[in-house]
Design a protein around this ligand. Structure first.
Ligand code: SF4
Ligand code: SF4
Length: 295
């Protein structure tokens, strides 16, 4: 079983659309499980037009709770909290959205009046998408611990894959370079970095490359909307060449892609002979070659 993570650094470059079509292409010959680890804003189910099979609440966060019967109002807990999650002057009030559950307040409290408890902070959704299974995490609004939720999503995707002798897991990772990106990339066999030829996307690509290099995971680049700005196209290719990265495919701007998204279908299914679909076929072939070369 292989695990391929698709990241982008910059959001809005078409990553989920590319994951959806890659999944469909691979699922023609292999068993595929998809995982959406963009837990702050999951959307792979929408791009695929997937059907929800079941949903489970996830407890992946801890928060402080005060027993006011024991509290004497010394406010030492407020003063020790590095996250400014305790307010008040005579009686402490915990702001749950910013509490990280670090436990410092429980240590300092002279009355043993604070307890750290696990709380529900998100959900795990299982979808059926074409002939694939999609495992998606969704953090509740204002909640933290996205990295832990990403771990839970990946663990479940691997379990589902093992149960069904699946050969490939595609993980649609989050944008940025933060904790959920690190959690998504960790343990992957290969990373596809989706970018577009704009200075902002190239800047974010360089940042996410540093994250992937830290884990020593081989990577390749998919250049989406490759023809929208020739100068930036050359800049991305130069960056790839300077660092020894392959451009796996150049996917031209093609209105079929947004039209497919509007119809909740992967472009490869909705418009199989569109220019973007043909380029996605090349991406899948190039990725297969890279996967076959892995030890
Ligand atoms: S440290 Fe304990 S006793 Fe003091 S205000 Fe906080 S909860 Fe109350
Ligand atoms: S658990 Fe940590 S973050 Fe939460 S209120 Fe206590 S000290 Fe602040």
């Amino acid at each position: 079983m292989r695990e391929v993570v698709i990241l982008s650094g910059k959001g809005g470059v078409g990553k989920s659309s590319i994951v959806a079509s890659l999944g469909v292409i691979y699922a023609r010959e292999h068993k595929v499980v998809l995982a959406d680890t963009d837990v702050d804003a999951p959307n792979l189910d929408l791009v695929l037009g997937a059907k929800l099979r079941n949903s489970e609440e996830i407890t992946a966060s801890s928060k402080a709770f005060i027993d006011y019967d024991k509290c004497i109002g010394c406010m030492m807990c407020r003063d020790v909290c590095k996250f400014s999650s305790i307010i008040g002057t005579e009686q402490p009030i915990i702001i749950p959205y910013s509490c990280e559950g670090c436990g410092a307040c429980t240590v300092i409290c002279p009355e043993d009046a604070i307890e750290i408890k696990e709380v529900v902070n998100g959900q795990l959704n299982i979808f059926d998408a074409e002939n694939m299974l999609l495992v998606a995490g969704e953090l509740h609004i204002g909640e933290s611990s996205s990295g832990r939720l990403v771990d839970i999503v990946k663990k479940r995707a691997r379990q589902e894959a093992e149960n069904s002798q699946v050969e490939m897991i595609f993980i649609d990772g989050p944008p940025g370079i933060g904790c959920p990106v690190i959690a998504s990339a960790k343990g992957a066999d290969y990373v596809v970095l989706v970018t577009e030829p704009t200075p902002a996307a190239l800047n974010d690509l360089k940042r996410v490359v540093e994250v992937v290099k830290h884990f020593r995971i081989p990577l390749g680049i998919a250049l989406n909307r490759s023809d929208i700005h020739p100068e930036s196209n050359r800049a991305v290719k130069q960056f790839a060449q300077d660092n020894g990265f392959s451009i796996l495919s150049e996917i031209p701007y093609d209105k079929s892609m947004p039209m497919a998204v509007a119809n909740a279908q992967p472009v490869i299914s909705a418009y199989p002979s569109a220019p973007s679909s043909l380029a996605l076929g090349k991406l899948a072939a190039a990725l297969s070659e890279k996967i076959n070369e892995l030890p």
